[in-house]
Design a protein around this ligand. Structure first.
Ligand SMILES: [Zn+2]
Ligand SMILES: [Zn+2]
Length: 156
């Protein structure tokens, strides 16, 4: 279904998007920027306005605070871990650029640093945790398609 008045926005540039439906089967829907020119530096990343994570904790290093970076990702379910990733991820000021450069080892070190400040009973410790976490981020890497500054206006 498409039509006027949709509220899809581009998560990369913040412009409203217009839905187009193919004239032939499978009648897939695609999106184009609602502006006089079509951006050629990126493909539109449609997000329904108001659905971006507005987190106060980094999804990577687990630190409390603002998450000025958005990791654009498709939702996915991981059959190995049984984890579910629902849409985009939020990253703190430090982790965002690290995710962009796939510096998972450094990010994991930050996570450990965060946990070292917590009471011992709040620190998840089990064999293979590091490998599992790396693997999980590896799955994200397959499903992510960009690291962009969080746009507050898309959530209002
Ligand atoms: Zn855009
Ligand atoms: Zn972080």
């Amino acid at each position: 279904m498409s039509g006027g008045g949709n509220k899809m926005m581009c998560a990369v540039c913040g412009y409203p998007l217009e839905a187009f439906t193919q004239q032939e089967p499978p009648f897939e829907e695609s999106y184009g920027h609602l502006r006089p020119w079509e951006a050629d530096d990126h493909i539109p990343v449609p997000v329904p306005r108001g659905t971006l994570p507005n987190a106060s904790r980094c999804d990577f290093c687990d630190r409390d605070g603002p998450t000025p970076w958005l990791i654009l990702a498709d939702s996915f379910v991981d059959t190995v871990f049984g984890y579910e990733s629902d849409g985009h991820w939020g990253a703190c000021e430090t982790c965002g650029p690290l995710v962009k450069r796939r510096r998972w080892t450094e990010i994991y070190a930050r996570l450990m640093e965060t946990e070292s400040t917590r009471p011992i009973e709040q620190r998840p410790r089990f064999p293979g945790r590091r490998a599992m976490t790396m693997e999980w981020w590896g799955r994200l890497e397959v499903h992510m398609h960009g690291v962009v500054p969080f746009r507050e206006e898309l959530n209002t």
